[in-house]
Design a protein around this ligand. Structure first.
Ligand code: ZN
Length: 82
């Protein structure tokens, strides 16, 4: 008998040149660990772990932007005076 906990994973991606994240994919998570297991729930199929906050629907976000570094590079750097 499996744990049977469920959750939803939204895969998002940052739109190029904006700070807008759009949902690309909605994945239903299904815990495949045995019932009564310790620790977070785990969906082996989607390689995702999650914790259930009591009284709330489980919704996870996964950012799959192609170049997360570029978002940081776009930030204005503090000028160093010399
Ligand atoms: Zn579980």
């Amino acid at each position: 008998m499996s744990c049977d906990a469920r959750g939803v994973l939204l895969v998002t991606r940052e739109m190029e040149g904006t700070f807008t994240h759009v949902a690309r994919q909605r994945i239903e998570l299904h815990c495949s660990l045995p019932a009564g297991h310790a620790g977070p729930h785990r969906d082996e199929l989607n390689v995702q772990e999650w914790l259930v906050v009591q009284g709330r629907p489980t919704l996870l976000l996964r950012d799959e932007s192609e170049s997360p570094e570029s978002a940081n590079a776009a930030q204005p750097r503090p000028k160093v005076s010399d």
